[in-house]
Design a protein around this ligand. Structure first.
Ligand code: MG
Ligand code: ZN
Length: 364
């Protein structure tokens, strides 16, 4: 009799433990990502990253990521992509022609992941060390047949409800052929508009349009300083006030420019600058627990190869094989819930659907 009672007790306890366990597992499976931080080092190939790692004594903040994948960057028109086509592919999920901004090969407008986020109640943001109207950030917010139409691209910012954007390019908003002052129009829409990094600290809530330069920002080592890391921190502070979550794209724009110049020091210092922003993002994600961070590039620039180096002195020897972009497979680094979606080898059109899966907007 006693044995029977004990058996019943053990059976019930086991059943209870098993059902609790499966409940927890189901909850974990159904838990969607709240925040998405997408970081693009323009032109940052594997060797750019390793050169920076070597110069930094053999390590980077980026190494905290837990998953790695590879993406194919070719465009619909060329084996070698530009930042317009690759940005559009990543932002909007479709291959297009070089120079396109958020439009397909037939010039139809595409919907970016930033706009999908906006439509679904997420706060949205863009940060770049180039002008904010430059190709990479533009593909997330604008639709234009050509990346050179900076004034038209600036107008597209007003057609959205983007919450925070920080970058250069004030002139595209104020010194325009149509005579409009878009900073006034942004203020009328409720934005705080700032024109220097110093003003950023004072903005603690609401919508922010922050211009850090009239044109392009200077290099990190020539006056820009820690603009990218500071801007990233401010953007995350503002966007995380939205209960549903947020999407932000943060670009280290000038790694590409160092590659085009075949300037190793430019590449290394801009990659290290980008890594400081990566640290800000990963620290946020670690503390938050509901944030997915994906870090990649749009293509490689310069055909840069690390030939030799020394971790103790931080010296590194590289060679460039072209002044343009190359067709190399590009690493995808990820961290946080759903990071495993970004492993394997996939097309640059695969980011948008993976982000939508992480948010639970699409399930297949
Ligand atoms: Mg770019
Ligand atoms: Zn380039």
């Amino acid at each position: 009799m006693k044995t029977k009672a004990l058996t019943v007790l053990i059976t019930f306890t086991l059943l209870f433990v098993i059902s609790c366990n499966s409940l927890t597992q189901n909850n974990v499976e159904q838990q969607n990502v709240k925040n998405i931080i997408f970081m693009i080092g323009d032109g940052m190939g594997l060797n750019h990253m390793y050169a920076a790692m070597t110069a930094n004594g053999g390590t980077l903040a980026l190494e905290e990521i837990t998953h790695v994948g590879l993406q194919k960057t070719y465009s619909a028109s060329r084996y070698i992509t530009d930042s317009g086509a690759s940005g559009t592919a990543m932002a909007c999920g479709k291959k297009t022609y070089n120079g396109a901004i958020g439009v397909d090969i037939e010039k139809n407008e595409l919907e970016s992941i930033l706009k999908v986020g906006e439509k679904n109640g997420y706060a949205t943001g863009l940060v770049a060390t180039s002008t904010i109207t430059h190709a990479t950030p533009a593909t997330f917010i604008a639709n234009d047949t050509s990346r050179g139409n900076y004034e038209a691209i600036a107008l597209d910012f007003l057609l959205t409800d983007i919450d925070v954007f920080i970058g250069g390019g004030l002139d595209n908003f104020t010194k325009r052929e149509d005579g409009r002052d878009l900073t006034k129009e942004l203020e009328e829409k409720g934005y705080t508009v700032t024109r220097s990094m110093g003003e950023l600290a004072g903005v603690t809530d609401g919508k922010l349009a922050a211009f850090t330069a009239e044109g392009s920002n200077p290099r990190a080592t020539e006056g820009r300083g820690d603009m990218l890391a500071i801007a990233t921190k401010k953007a995350l502070e503002l966007l995380s006030q939205n209960e549903k979550g947020f999407f932000i794209m943060i670009e280290g724009s000038q790694i590409d420019w160092g590659g085009h110049d075949n300037d190793q020091d430019y590449v290394v210092t801009e990659t290290l600058d980008f890594d400081k922003a990566v640290k800000v993002a990963l620290d946020f994600a670690k503390a938050d627990g509901e944030t997915l961070v994906v870090i990649t590039a749009d293509h490689e620039t310069g055909g840069m190869i690390v030939l030799n180096g020394d971790f103790d002195s931080g010296s590194v020897e590289t060679v460039f094989t072209t002044g343009g972009h190359t067709g190399q497979l590009i690493p995808v680094y990820s961290y946080g819930p759903f990071a495993e979606l970004f492993t394997g080898i996939f097309e640059n059109t695969g980011f948008k659907e993976r982000f939508e899966k992480a948010w639970g907007i699409i399930t297949e």
